[in-house]
Write a protein that binds this ligand. Structure first.
Ligand code: COA
Ligand code: ZN
Length: 318
């Protein structure tokens, strides 16, 4: 599609972590496990199953170890866990996470709000986590939150972002992700930054984590795709958001993202009807509607019977 010969993207489903972390009501552990097990059968490449964080900070993640140990692992699928500190990393490894997702924000003020450290302090603390994950033989990826803008500081300096990006790779990050925590990025900025990150570090897998807070989510996905990115986080129903960012709203919606790519002829490997079915059941788990659109509207190709009069006029015209 873009002349590079690649026509396949990889979806990381984050509803069980990013989606549920922002829900006021506790989602029952059995419901989380059943949903992850169902998602495992849809063809997504990776599932971020939970977060090993303080239960006081994020009550909905308090069952992280149960979720991670009780889900049914589908061979070939990667089950990752978000980790903010060494304690979380130890717990995630103990529970059998396939990959650690170390997160810090590249703006100091959001990192302080989220994990009570400066960005540089978070990175320093990751030294021990990388050592632990290496010893354990489990990859540790890094997500840079607020990569495209911070709700407290505004636009984040691109050089600062790329500096952190490079340092994480030097320290041992197995993969990197750029997260637009509160949907501040725009497609031109995304294309530029993704292009630069991939040019500087062509051998490090890069994922993108967009939120649709200002309606730019799928435009940003496409901009990142055109710049060469192939891995995208997305949340069923488009729910989610950081509890420590004012005005945060949902991730890009998985079924909307899959639908867009498939309509464009770019394979996702995902069973879209199965995903739409799960999305339609999500309000039953969380107690409210979700922002996703395709599960409500149906796919572009799901046609409706025309009204009788229109059908007979069309037949006459033929
Ligand atoms: N898992 C579970 N509990 C943890 C923990 C972890 N990884 N790390 C710390 N804790 C507990 C401590 O035991 C302590 O509990 P207590 O109050 O009952 O004694 C409490 O959390 C605070 O620990 P402390 O070391 O003082 O850290 P803190 O108060 O500076 O909080 C974080 C730091 C990172 C633990 C906390 O801010 C956090 O979990 N944030 C979550 C961020 C998040 O998930 N954001 C959304 C996704 S980006
Ligand atoms: Zn997020």
């Amino acid at each position: 599609m873009d002349g590079s010969g690649h026509d396949r993207v990889y979806i990381c489903e984050v509803v069980a972590r990013d989606g549920f972390q922002n829900e006021a009501r506790f989602v029952e552990t059995a419901d989380k496990i059943a949903l992850i097990d169902a998602l495992s059968k849809t063809g997504v490449a990776k599932i971020e199953a939970t977060a090993f964080v303080s239960p006081k900070a994020v009550p909905n993640m308090r069952d992280a170890a149960q979720v991670m140990t009780q889900i049914t692992r589908r061979p070939g699928l990667v089950y990752s866990a978000l980790v903010p500190n060494l304690r979380g990393a130890m717990a995630a490894l103990e529970a059998g996470a396939d990959e650690l997702n170390l997160v810090f924000s590249v703006s100091d003020s959001h990192n302080m709000a989220n994990v009570r450290m400066t960005s540089a302090d978070s990175l320093r603390a990751f030294e021990d986590i990388f050592a632990l994950s290496r010893a354990h033989g489990t990859p540790a990826a890094v997500t840079l939150a607020t990569s495209f803008g911070c709700p407290f500081e505004g636009r984040v300096d691109g050089e600062r972002l790329l500096d952190f990006y490079g340092r994480c790779i030097t320290m041992g990050a197995s993969a990197m992700a750029l997260a637009d925590t509160t949907g501040m990025g725009n497609p031109a900025q995304v294309e530029r930054l993704v292009g630069r990150a991939l040019a500087l570090h062509p051998h490090t897998p890069l994922g993108l984590h967009f939120h649709n807070t200002r309606g730019m989510g799928l435009a940003n996905v496409l901009a990142a795709y055109r710049a060469g990115a192939r891995c995208f986080d997305a949340s069923l129903g488009g729910i989610g958001g950081c509890p420590f960012a004012p005005g945060a709203t949902g991730n890009i919606c998985t079924e909307d993202t899959v639908h867009m790519f498939e309509e464009m002829g770019i394979a996702t490997g995902v069973d879209l009807p199965a995903l739409m079915d799960l999305s339609r059941r999500l309000p039953g788990l969380i107690g409210h509607e979700t922002p996703g659109q395709v599960a409500k509207a149906g796919r572009s190709g799901d046609l409706h019977p025309p009204p009788a009069q229109a059908a007979s006029m069309a037949a006459q015209a033929r």
